[in-house]
Design a protein around this ligand. Structure first.
Ligand SMILES: Cc1ncc(COP(=O)(O)O)c(C=O)c1O
Length: 385
């Protein structure tokens, strides 16, 4: 039975394949240190787990839930946006809880793209943007982010390349994989560009709390709600990646449109997960501070690890990864990543999987204990770059 033509040009998600390869190497006794994926290794805050435990012991919480999330969760998201981002959202109509922000990316594409519609996706960027565009029938125009432009879009270059009508644009700051932080001017420029060309701006914001003491939302820009929506997530900020809790925020009409699609795809999240997520959203600065203290210590070690193989790390990166350029002696990132994997049993992500512009970079995850990072650095000393 052949798969649908929709799947042509779509390969299995890189990490889905790579984790299988790593599992195989481990089964052969290799003991790979995996510094690839950004899945927090630390647990959620204990009170959050307690809510999940207590709520799931109740007899009447196991049924289907509504499609828009319970009011407790939507209210908690609204208070969170007000407190941290200074953005006021109506919990009834401008907030849609998601089963992780990844599904939201697909829902948005399915909601807005017709066959052949164009979508702007960042290069380097999260690979799901382009897969979701293609799966929903759209075509991608990738816009290159360059280190010399602080990994910000070059709007003049994008305008010069526009061949047809672009319907939506994915943006993501703090940017993955480069770690580039946003500033107010950048967000204003993005919104102005969206308005000028009538392009729906989809800002993906899962990293704003990691190694960043000024979380920002693109929705804080005046008039942003007219043209932009924002995805957010508890996966990274609250160590809840496996719980699958995200959110889409935006104007009522856009939330309603996405809900038309989403409510045909899945049903509401398990109620105790929603209530525990609401608890997580109430956590204060002390939670983020202690988490960031751990990541800051790890980042120092990862920087040392990368320097041991002559990679160059740019300063001021936010998010769960360190992004670094590779030495000129390597043909590309794949050569370096494979040499490290097969020569020292350490996996680091080749930057090229995030797009062509990432081919001379690698990405190392901070989701790994200091002990393992030291062990990985010892192993990498073997490599002569
Ligand atoms: C840029 C970016 N967006 C979205 C996601 C998906 O996050 P979630 O766990 O909320 O689906 C990730 C996960 O790695 C990511 O790096």
């Amino acid at each position: 039975m052949s798969p649908s033509s929709r799947l042509e040009g779509i390969s299995e998600y890189y990490f889905s394949q790579k984790l299988r390869e790593i599992a195989k190497l481990n089964a052969e006794g290799k003991n790979i240190i995996n510094l690839g994926i950004g899945s927090p290794d630390l647990p959620p805050q204990p009170d959050v787990i307690k809510v999940l435990q207590e709520e799931s012991a109740k007899p009447n919480v196991h049924g289907y839930q509504g499609y828009k999330g319970v009011p407790e969760l939507r209210n908690a998201f609204a208070s969170w946006y007000r407190k941290w981002y200074n953005v006021t959202l109506d919990p009834e109509s401008e907030i849609l809880p998601l089963i992780g922000s990844k599904e939201g990316i697909m829902h948005i594409c399915m909601t807005y793209l017709n066959n052949g519609d164009l979508a702007l996706v960042p290069d380097p960027g999260y690979p799901t943007y382009s897969s979701a565009v293609k799966l929903s029938g759209g075509d991608c125009i990738s816009y290159e982010l360059k280190q010399e432009n602080n990994w910000q879009p070059d709007f003049a270059a994008i305008e010069n390349n526009l061949t047809g009508k672009v319907k939506l644009m994915f943006v993501n700051y703090p940017q993955m994989p480069t770690g580039q932080l946003p500033d107010q001017q950048l967000f204003e420029n993005i919104i102005a560009f969206g308005k000028k060309h009538n392009i729906l701006i989809v800002h993906d914001n899962p990293y704003s709390f990691i190694l960043n003491d000024k979380p920002m939302s693109i929705l804080s820009v005046d008039g942003a709600m007219d043209i932009a929506v924002e995805l957010n997530s508890l996966s990274k900020s609250h160590n809840m990646a496996g719980w699958r809790v995200g959110v889409l925020c935006g104007a009522k009409e856009k939330i309603d449109n996405v809900l038309r699609f989403k409510s045909n795809m899945d049903s509401g999240m398990f109620l105790p997960v929603q209530l525990a997520a609401a608890k997580a959203l109430q956590l204060g600065k002390d939670w983020h501070d202690q988490l960031n203290k751990t990541y800051a210590a790890r980042k120092k070690l990862v920087t040392g690890l990368l320097e041991a193989i002559n990679c160059k790390v740019a300063p001021h990166q936010a998010g769960l990864f360190v992004w670094a350029s590779i030495p000129p002696s390597y043909k590309d990132c794949y050569e370096l990543s494979d040499e490290i994997l097969y020569g020292t049993n350490v996996f680091i992500t080749p930057g090229g999987i995030f797009g062509k512009a990432g081919e001379r970079y690698v990405r190392v995850s901070l989701c790994c204990t200091e002990e393992k990072l030291k062990q990985a650095t010892d192993r990498l000393q073997k490599i002569k770059a």
